[in-house]
Design a protein around this ligand. Structure first.
Ligand code: KIV
Length: 287
């Protein structure tokens, strides 16, 4: 059964909402088969798939390419497309056009934007255009330069209150859920307990209504120099097993262990004699 926005909102008081990023067809298939509730085609694509240092460089076209790959998998989770940096910062008209492409061309079910009060008009306009919006507060990676790096947010009472006000505003504007990233657990708990819509935590402790991780972090599909954030739990080591498989392939072909007859195609016994003749002909031509 395809999961919808009302279905997700309804989960609030029932059970934990599971959210996972995915950026392509096979990962979307896997996330769907695992019965996760929401697929986020995150702008973390920039780092974990495209190799950029931060999320600021990824464009609408690049995001759209991956949103299409995800929705081609016809996943049952709700698909949320992350609005990349500069796609909702210039004008309302451009915002709607960009978000509209994610829905119309990418077949996403909703979009996500970062920020609270300063995104008031943007969020309202998107919802007026019938586009469901997931909010994102706290450590918002697109504000990295303003924040002076990836710093935990809401650490003073005044800042925690501001986060809560932003969360209430996003709810009033009609957001169907809010990602809370990089905030103290107690702050995330207070916000979650006082909202009607589900909060989705990442580095926000155990009291949010849902949890999200970046799939490459979860499955360990990243090279050795990549250091995990404190909030990451690795459930697998797929980078290591991929390198191992590639090394085994290289050794096998060098030792002629692969391919074997099992992996090769025959032409049928009836034409073996004709083949022998053909080989003789080739020899004659070349001599
Ligand atoms: O881009 C992303 O993956 C995200 C999640 C970490 C919430 O925004």
């Amino acid at each position: 059964m395809k999961k919808t926005v009302p279905y997700i909102v309804n989960l609030k008081s029932q059970r934990v909402v599971s959210v996972m990023t995915a950026y392509d067809y096979p990962s979307a298939k896997a996330v769907s088969e695992a019965e996760i509730d929401i697929i986020l085609v995150g702008d973390s694509l920039a780092q974990v798939v495209l190799g950029h240092d931060d999320t600021l460089s990824v464009t609408v076209d690049e995001m759209l390419h991956h949103v299409k790959a995800v929705t081609n998998a016809k996943p049952t989770p709700l698909v949320v497309a992350d609005m990349p940096y500069m796609s909702y910062h210039i004008s309302i008209e451009e915002t709607i056009k960009n978000a509209g492409r994610f829905i119309q061309e990418g077949k996403a079910d909703a979009v996500k934007v970062e920020g609270g009060l300063k995104r008031k008009e943007v969020v309202s306009a998107l919802i007026d255009a019938e586009i469901p919006v997931m909010g994102h507060l706290g450590l918002t990676p697109q504000s990295k330069n303003l924040m002076g790096g990836y710093k935990i947010q809401g650490k003073t009472l005044a800042l925690a209150k501001k986060l809560f006000e932003d969360a209430l505003l996003l709810q009033e504007l009609g957001c169907f859920s809010i990602v809370l990233e990089g905030v103290p657990s107690i702050v995330a708990q207070s916000i979650s307990e006082n909202l009607k819509i589900p909060t989705i935590g990442i580095g926000a402790g155990k009291h949010t209504d849902g949890q999200v991780l970046v799939i490459n972090d979860l499955i360990g599909m990243k090279s050795k120099e990549y250091i995990d954030a404190k909030f990451v739990k690795r459930y697998d080591e797929q980078y290591i097993s991929t390198v191992r498989a590639l090394k085994n392939f290289k050794t096998d072909i060098e030792n002629h262990v692969f391919p074997t007859d099992e992996h090769s195609y025959d032409m049928g016994s009836d034409i073996q004699d004709s083949l022998k003749e053909w080989k003789k002909e080739i020899k004659k031509i070349l001599s």
